[in-house]
Design a binder for this molecule. Structure first.
Ligand code: ADP
Length: 566
């Protein structure tokens, strides 16, 4: 038997002075390890030194028999200083009763049952400082004598992390509550979604009003819409396929979809026009937004988006009212304008045929000016009526088989007469290009584009029109090029909007309404075509018009090698 085992140091006065209470080790349960002999003792000591925790071997009197290196490091004592002292030397006084009870009962313990006790206490260093520890006590029979092996773990870092995590969670919860409050107070419907199937993460109160029902957290958007029989339409009343939903596009493309107009149609027949802004966001921003929602399964690899839906019913109503007003005024202007034009022309005709009193030259000039001005007013009222028809979805196309070459040539000839200082040419390799289109509307588009080319080249010059057929003869592309004032780069993006005019045109004193290009774009898109332009300010502009052709017309679009020009 090792002498250490029996070495009974006198307890130091200061510790015994602290009146250590009686302890009851029976609370620890039964020893499950029983060791015998010298070899076991040295094995135990070797084992104690390789364990990362501070290990303290205590005899049945509660006195320290052996400590490992880690104990010396953690508590700041040497093992010689500790051996023979009660375990309580390492524990602040207020915890003395907490780690074990009456030690007398400890001897009566059966020796078969394993045990382990985790106590969340404080340790006391030699320098008097305290630190949080987790103590586990395990009874151990050594040569028939009961001992206790105390494993003491410094949990300062764990405590710190726990406190920090608790604090972070409290902060996150407070922020979430604030976010929810702010979102709920906003009149627009706001929600966060994640994944390519747009599973709901968080929505505000207004979302219930807009959707007419609650969208359950974690449910994919399409499942939600289907389950509630909600349909999304575009502004023309066409059903939007899911891939065209602003929400799903933002997730799919990882980009912001701005000001997308959608109409939410409910099963009961009610509709709600909304303006959607869907912003792709970093998935990490959603962390902690809905910690309890198992169904969300937020993954960092998935896309996420913030979506804002604004009810634009009042705007739409105001717009309709304005359109009705414009339509009414334009309609009412038609009759007096027709009368003005009619009388002016009658007067001119009579004076030419000398049926009435002869008119002085200035009177004839004035009548000619009145005639031109009424033409301009007529065009304006017709444009306004077209805008109103388009807005109301009442603009109808009367399609027939037309020859684009013939129409383009006709418009060029007509427009050429209006200006002496512009030279308008047509270049095409085709004698005929057949399309199924509304003749009047195509003429209107071409006339508008060529008139613009003339108008925005105030010093005169060439206007070059080309007509080509592309893509297996399935489409015609007409281009109108001028060498005029061009369009400032920064204003190009909005030019097809209603009443939009570039600033340089106005500074040149060129009049206009900003309706022509808008009408061109709408009319071309009604023909399933496209319109676009390239322009450099001060250099000139080229407008392109793509129109689909009759699919069976390929035989008629035979290529004529001689270039037409004129
Ligand atoms: P407007 O009646 O003002 O000419 P449009 O809708 O036809 O209206 O054109 C919109 C604006 O686009 C014009 O005001 C002008 O600023 C610009 N624009 C159109 N065509 C041309 C062009 N060929 N060259 C330069 N600017 C053009």
């Amino acid at each position: 038997m090792n002498e250490d085992m029996h070495m009974q140091k006198e307890r130091t006065d200061n510790v015994s002075d602290r009146k250590i209470p009686a302890r009851n080790y029976s609370a620890l349960g039964e020893p499950h390890t029983s060791l015998q002999g010298e070899e076991s003792w040295s094995n135990l000591l070797a084992f104690m030194d390789i364990v990362p925790d501070a290990l303290v071997l205590v005899d049945s009197d509660g006195c320290i028999r052996r400590v490992n290196n880690q104990t010396e490091e953690v508590f700041g004592y040497t093992s010689a200083e500790l051996e023979g002292l009660p375990l309580e030397i390492l524990i602040p006084e207020r915890y003395w009763g907490a780690h074990v009870l009456d030690r007398k009962k400890y001897h009566a313990l059966p020796t078969t049952r394993p045990m382990g006790v985790g106590l969340d206490l404080y340790g006391l260093r030699k320098d008097g400082s305290e630190f949080p520890v987790d103590i586990s006590l395990s009874p151990l029979l050594f040569d028939g004598t009961l001992h206790v092996l105390a494993a003491v773990r410094d949990i300062t870092m764990r405590k710190y992390l726990e406190a920090h995590e608790h604090e972070s969670r409290a902060t996150a919860e407070a922020r979430l509550a604030l976010l929810q409050l702010v979102m709920d107070e906003l009149p627009a419907c706001i929600y966060f979604v994640t994944g390519s199937d747009a599973r709901l993460v968080l929505a505000n109160r207004a979302a219930v009003t807009v959707w007419g029902t609650e969208w359950p957290t974690g449910q994919p958007m399409v499942d939600f819409l289907n389950s509630q029989h909600i349909h999304l339409f575009d502004t023309n009343g066409q059903t939007l396929p899911p891939a065209a939903f602003a929400t799903l596009r933002a997730l799919e493309e990882g980009q912001t979809v701005f000001q997308h107009q959608e109409v939410i149609h409910h099963d009961d027949g009610t509709s709600l026009p909304v303006l959607v802004n869907a912003v792709a966001i970093d998935q990490r921003l959603l962390a902690g937004l809905e910690p309890g929602a198992e169904s969300l399964k937020i993954s960092l690899a998935e896309p996420a988006a913030l979506v804002v839906l604004q009810d634009i019913t009042p705007l739409k109503e105001a717009e309709q009212l304005k359109d009705r007003f414009i339509g009414l005024v334009a309609h009412e202007l038609r009759n007096p304008l027709a009368a003005l034009k009619g009388f002016a022309q009658t007067l001119l005709r009579h004076s030419h045929s000398e049926k009435g009193a002869a008119l002085a030259p200035w009177q004839r000039e004035s009548l000619a000016e009145i005639d031109i001005a009424t033409d301009r007013l007529n065009r304006l009222t017709e444009d306004l009526l077209d805008v109103v028809r388009l807005q109301a979805g009442r603009l109808q196309l009367y399609r027939e088989s037309i020859d684009l070459v013939e129409i383009t040539q006709h418009i060029i000839t007509q427009m050429g007469q209006s200006s002496d200082c512009h030279e308008i040419t047509l270049t095409t390799s085709l004698p005929h290009v057949k399309a199924q289109a509304d003749r009047g509307r195509i003429e209107q588009v071409l006339m508008n584009l060529i008139a613009n080319a003339i108008k925005y080249s105030p010093t005169g010059g060439k206007v070059e029109v080309t007509l080509q057929v592309g893509k297996n003869q399935e489409e015609a592309v007409i281009s109108i090029r001028d060498y005029g004032i061009g369009i400032p780069q920064s204003e190009q993006a909005h030019l097809f909007g209603r009443f939009v005019r570039a600033s340089n045109g106005q500074s040149y004193g060129i009049n206009g309404t900003g309706l022509g290009l808008y009408l061109c774009r709408e009319l071309v898109s009604q023909h399933e075509g496209d319109i676009w332009f390239e322009s450099i300010e001060g250099v000139g502009s080229t407008f392109f018009l793509r129109l689909p052709l009759l699919t069976h017309a390929s035989s008629e679009n035979m290529i004529d090698p001689s270039l037409r020009s004129g």
